[in-house]
Design a protein around this ligand. Structure first.
Ligand code: ADP
Ligand code: MG
Length: 623
């Protein structure tokens, strides 16, 4: 790639303007795209601080001549398009010719490049002004070094978040790029410590995706991915089966012509494909690669959001939904159907990866789907109780706790020692009109009480969760959470970007009773838990992973909202009191519910108490 030219004003004006570099991750994204566009097969990235101090990216791409090097930092200088017509036919996205110019303007930049002819060249700029030019060693490729980002724009500097947050954003950019560009090797160091070393993939496509997914999403998720390819839209889909859905919503990647994009249409279509088989707090992990003629979609809606709009959104929705449904459910289809469309499940040890070559088969999705989709086994459509949350749209369902396996792990959240009080406090909800008497337990799930009005039924698990939730939330708000040190710290494995997000909330989570410590780029250690909440080890891990999303979610912005999300998730995963409950515990539970702000509902909004009135009972018997 050479011959950089400055776009004429008319062309430049037609490209969505206003590329504003907001944060280090935005800078890195542009620089990586440039390296990929330059045909690099190896990219190494060094980051210091949160990227403000230093972002250095070195590639072995085509390099630039001296003249091109100087032009590259001019506004609207690009070697990638010459006129607006080209926009329609262009296969790369990063073509605004503004990135180097905009970054140079807000940093101290050094560009070093060698394109194979003569010698290399180096250019240094401060706030967009060239301050030095010099020859450089003849090493193929380009190095871009950005120091002191935003040093001359204090307003933007102030806009940046914590270092760990910025690092999480930087890593997310790298993770996306590495999943998009499998044949490029990535080496990433943050403050001198290696975070990623991803060798360039040279093998078959699905094996390459699997190798990258293992490094980025983690072994377990990667191993579970189902893979299938379709002619339409050149779709190559990797997606988790129902039983391997994950607890975070951000292991979701869509690439169009190798560029990461966002598309609500595609995301929603994939969720829809799981129908009722997906519990509300579980999310698919997926990687979808699409290959499309440039005329079929529009990426230039907004330069920063990279939201893609398809020419025919409805069609795309239907197609993706069926394709995903077919991929996810085909593995469990009845035998006759399976024979028509063998499932392609990637579940190989790394050593067997070349065998993945045979995994992809071409199918004609629409016809196959029409035949197969309505025949999905009923087991996949087992409905979970649908519950809506009043405060937030976070999809959370309530699943009754399995019985705790041993008395050692089971700890009733209710204190049977709470003195029994048969009286009715002024603030009692209407259903609580004592005196009441505990009658017993129904199906190890419901507690039955009588009171003068009739029969009270309490959903034991929902009630326990409500009581725990309110007690926990209250001490959380007062910053009075007593913690219990874990005998052995729990190792939680998660994508480095998620690990960074978690750590950026370490202080907040400490007030929630969870003390975290970084262990490696993708491992976080948990040292404590709140005293009042006990977890099985796997549930604690899952809880911590899902936290990385809750705390980082910008739509749950207030601390109050974050606190209640944390409390809700924690109580959901907590070990509840054993099913077999003593009458003292049953009475104490009712007592504690009475003290709750909302003793009528579990934290997810389901009712946990019902009263059968005497007159209704009498009616049953025709009295
Ligand atoms: P754009 O990528 O939209 O063309 P940029 O400002 O990002 O605009 O880059 C300007 C030009 O500089 C590119 O078109 C390309 O020719 C050249 N360039 C930038 N980075 C590199 C690189 N790493 N290797 C080779 N050429 C590069
Ligand atoms: Mg660019």
């Amino acid at each position: 790639m050479s011959n950089i030219h400055v776009l004429d004003e008319k062309t430049a004006g037609k490209i969505a303007a206003g590329e504003v570099i907001e944060r280090p991750a935005g800078v890195l994204k542009e620089l990586i795209e440039n390296s990929v566009d330059a045909g690099a097969t190896q990219i190494s990235i060094d980051i210091e601080g949160s990227g403000k101090d230093l972002i250095r990216i070195n590639d072995n791409g085509c390099g630039m001549s001296e003249a091109d090097l100087e032009k590259s930092v001019l506004r609207h200088a690009t070697s990638k398009i010459t006129s607006f017509d080209d926009l329609e036919h262009l296969h790369t996205f990063g073509f605004r010719g503004e990135a180097l110019y905009s970054v140079a303007a807000v940093s101290r930049m050094a560009l070093t490049s060698f394109n194979g002819e003569g010698t290399g060249h180096r250019l240094e700029l401060h706030a967009g002004k060239v301050v030095a030019k010099s020859p450089a060693p003849a090493i193929q490729g380009t190095t871009v070094e950005i120091r002191d980002l935003f040093y001359n724009t204090p307003a933007r500097l102030k806009f940046l978040k914590s270092d760990s947050y910025e690092r999480a954003c930087l890593l997310k950019v790298i993770e996306e790029s590495a999943l998009a560009n499998l044949t490029v090797g990535y080496q990433v160091r943050i403050n001198g410590r290696e975070v990623y070393n991803l060798p360039a993939q040279t093998g078959e496509f699905s094996a390459s995706v699997l190798a990258r997914a293992q490094a980025i999403l983690g072994e377990e998720v990667a191993q579970s991915l189902l893979a299938r390819s379709f002619d339409e839209m050149g779709l190559q889909l990797f997606i988790t089966p129902v039983e391997k859905l994950v607890s975070v919503r951000d292991m979701q990647y869509v690439f169009v012509n190798r560029r990461p994009i966002e598309s609500k249409t595609i995301q929603q279509a994939i969720y829809k494909a799981y129908q009722n088989a997906r519990p509300k707090d579980r999310h698919p992990a997926f990687i979808a690669y699409l290959t499309l003629p440039p005329g079929d979609f529009d990426v230039n809606i907004h330069p920063q959001k990279r939201e893609v709009r398809f020419v025919n959104e409805n069609h795309v929705f239907g197609f993706i939904m069926h394709a995903a449904g077919e991929t996810v459910f085909s593995a469990s289809r009845p035998v006759e159907v399976t024979e028509q469309l063998p499932p392609a499940r990637i579940n190989l040890p790394p050593s067997a990866q070349p065998a993945a070559t045979q995994l992809f088969e071409q199918t004609s999705p629409v016809s196959a789907t029409e035949k197969v989709y309505p025949q999905l086994p009923a087991a996949f459509f087992q409905p979970k109780p649908k519950v809506s949350l009043s405060e937030t749209e976070e999809p959370v369902d309530y699943v009754a706790r399995p019985e705790a396996s041993s008395s050692e792990t089971a700890q009733p959240p209710v204190q049977p020692s709470v003195p029994f009080n048969a009286g009715t406090p002024a603030s009692s909800p209407v259903w609580f009109e004592g005196p009441y008497r505990y009658l017993g337990q129904l199906q190890r799930s419901y507690l039955l009480f009588e009171n003068p009005q009739g029969l009270i039924l309490v959903d034991q698990h929902a009630a326990q969760e409500r009581v725990l939730f309110e007690q926990y939330l209250e001490s959380f708000e007062k910053r009075e959470i007593a913690v219990q040190k874990l005998l052995f710290p729990i190792h939680v494995d998660l994508p480095p970007s998620n690990a960074q997000t978690l750590l950026s909330w370490a202080e907040f989570l400490k007030t929630a009773g969870f003390e975290l410590e970084p262990f490696s780029a993708r491992t976080v250690l948990v040292h404590t838990r709140p005293h009042m909440i006990r977890f099985k080890e796997d549930d604690l891990k899952e809880f911590i992973i899902s936290l990385s999303q809750v705390v980082g979610d910008p739509t749950k912005s207030t601390e109050t909202l974050k606190r209640s999300m944390v409390a809700m998730l924690a109580c959901k995963k907590a070990i509840k009191a054993h099913d077999a409950i003593s009458s003292a515990e049953a009475e104490a539970l009712l007592e504690n519910m009475q003290k709750c702000k909302d003793g009528m509902h579990c934290p997810h909004g389901r009712p946990c108490v019902a009263q059968l009135k005497m007159k209704d009972i009498d009616k049953l018997f025709g009295r």
